[in-house]
Design a protein around this ligand. Structure first.
Ligand code: HEM
Length: 243
């Protein structure tokens, strides 16, 4: 018990908790991404994914409680490490922050983390604690607005920066570091972060630029035509063609 408390208080213990919780949060992000990617297949596919998800019943609140606990642990330990680092380096402004291989992503981790947290609170308020006829209407109605689409794209860029460095940091904390493979691991972490960010970003981009994305009639240009034809009886159509 005593050794567990001292591990939790040590810097490496805290970093391991950050890595472990970050890994589990990333697994959630990947499943969320896979679910959201069904929107690229059209409105029906996206809505039927949501229906299947909601049919999991009691599993959902259990999963959500676990997710919330992971977020709290990740944010709490992240803030703790941030303040510890501040105390350990009182004259940090005299130090060249870009020295020692520190990148923009690594230096901004606490700030990008807080921006992602603000995004999640806003995201849940808009998408989770709300009522909508269908998930496709919810996403389309929200993300076709310029301000919301812009905010999503900005937040997803920030998320890309945060998780890219997070993945790389995770490999180091979990002891995968090796001079021979470090560059490869670094590039793989970057590629994974960018892929996740870009696929998520495609949704607000499509919702904003393509009026037919998740539209009930598939295409807003085809829609009036389809409706028009469906009201014309076939014999009238033949008559008017012969005239
Ligand atoms: C364009 C990108 C995204 C779209 C379209 C989207 C869409 C959605 C939708 C529709 C829901 C509600 C699901 C439901 O209750 O049926 C949801 C929930 C959620 N989203 Fe997203 N999401 C996006 C990006 C993200 C990102 C980047 C994160 C995390 C950083 C995130 C975290 C969450 C969380 C934590 C929930 C609640 C999950 C639950 O209650 O089980 N989302 N999202």
């Amino acid at each position: 018990m005593h050794s567990m408390t001292s591990t939790l208080k040590s810097s490496i213990g805290k970093k391991s908790i950050m890595a472990g919780s970050g890994l589990l949060l990333s697994l959630f992000l990947l499943t969320h991404l896979a679910g959201n990617a069904t929107s690229f297949l059209g409105r029906e596919a996206f809505n039927s994914y949501a229906t299947r998800l909601h049919s999991l019943g009691l599993l959902i609140p259990v999963f959500e409680a676990g997710l919330l606990a992971l977020f709290i642990v990740h944010v709490a330990f992240g803030l703790n490490l941030f303040f510890e680092n501040l105390e350990a380096r009182p004259c940090r402004y005299e130090i060249d922050a870009s020295a020692g291989g520190r990148t923009l992503a690594s230096r901004t981790m606490p700030y990008t983390g807080l921006l992602v947290l603000v995004f999640i609170v806003h995201h849940l308020a808009r998408f989770h604690f709300t009522e909508a006829a269908t998930i496709s209407d919810l996403v389309r109605d929200n993300l076709s607005l310029p301000v919301t689409a812009g905010y999503y794209i900005f937040s997803l860029l920030v998320l890309t920066l945060h998780i890219s460095h997070g993945f790389w940091s995770m490999t180091q904390t979990l002891g995968l570091s090796h001079p021979k493979y470090d560059l490869l691991l670094n590039r793989l972490a970057l590629a994974l972060g960018i892929t996740i960010g870009v696929v998520f970003m495609l949704i607000p981009i499509l919702a904003f630029f393509r009026p037919d994305f998740l539209h009930p009639h598939g295409s807003s240009i085809q829609a009036p035509l389809e409706v028009g034809i469906s009201f014309i009886e076939p014999d009238k159509l033949v008559n008017s063609a012969l005239r």
